[in-house]
Design a protein around this ligand. Sequence first.
Ligand SMILES: O=C(O)CCC(=O)C(=O)O
Ligand SMILES: [Fe+2]
Length: 370
Amino acid sequence: MAKMAASMVDSGEDAFRKIFKFYRRRNPPPDLTGVTDFSGGEPGDRVSGNDVEASRVGLKPVREWRAFGLQGYPGFIFISNPFLRGCQAFWVRQCLKTYPQKPNICNLDMHMNPSETQDIWGQSAPTLRSRKPKTLLEKLRWVTLGYHYNWDSKTYSSSSHTPFPSDLHSLSSRVSAACGFPGFQSEAAILNFYRPDSCLGIHVDESELDHTRPLLSFSFGQSAIFLLGGRRRQDPPTAMYMHSGDVMVMSGQSRLLYHAVPCILPAAAGRSALEAEGPVPDPDPDPDRDLRDGALPEPVSQEDWTVCRRYIQTSRVNVTVRQVLEPGQSLPETRACSPQGTAAAAAADRRSEKRKRSSGSTDSVHTSHT
Ligand SMILES: O=C(O)CCC(=O)C(=O)O
Ligand SMILES: [Fe+2]
């Protein structure tokens, strides 16, 4: 891999783009022998934290987490699936059923009426259960939470904000505290929904105002190749697998590195442990409990799991959680648009979606951030 990157630099070409294209190629499929796989490696001593609090969000005791650094990338931490057996199912169900609901914003809002996107799960579940193609869920590409990222202006604004889900904040604050960042405020999230042919272009996440706080990434479903580059767009990246349940923390000097997802691995090669795992049966079927009670995340019904399993058999969901502001800081109000009334924004975004569609045949989950 390093050799390949070096030869590309020698030839004067943009190493990151070349390597992105290398992994994106279908025919012949790329040689994956140079891809770092943390799932088999020896972890370092990088995390510490409260085991009881971790279990409340479905995570193993922190001392059992397999956390890795990467040489040459200070501040980058890779945690190989720290979820308790059966607990990823809860987060997948939240990503597919709960977080796409209003008032959160998703790509479908850009070209559909709010009434049509009110119940993406309800409209999609019967069809997904019966194995017929193309539901709204399968057309979902992104959802934004908290401060809703504006894809056109590449900014956040105080006028486009809805409450951040408390369960996802609990998960994020446990992980960031374990990695040495107590007091993390989950203020924005982007959920990316990858179909088998999706990718995410080369970008850096710099729209947040506080870069001293880490960027957290949670992956579920099919595996993917993740490319982690340097401070310059053309710097050659390191390729690594991201499997279901893996968590990545980009902090310190790694917070503003270029990165990309060139491909989702075909199901045969990337059969997710999650699919085999399924949800754990509920030992305590009390419908009134929630995460605050100190219980494990609420179990997923077999009915819901059938839909989630069908979806993740071919798809990947990634959630990045960001702290946008320094404590005490506030955002400018750049554009008046209420979360439900995004019609004005939608018209502009419809134009940019059209541009995106006509710009190539690859299925990018969204336009790159930069
Ligand atoms: O899907 C991934 O692993 C990366 C997502 C990402 O980089 C982003 O949303 O900014
Ligand atoms: Fe990113």
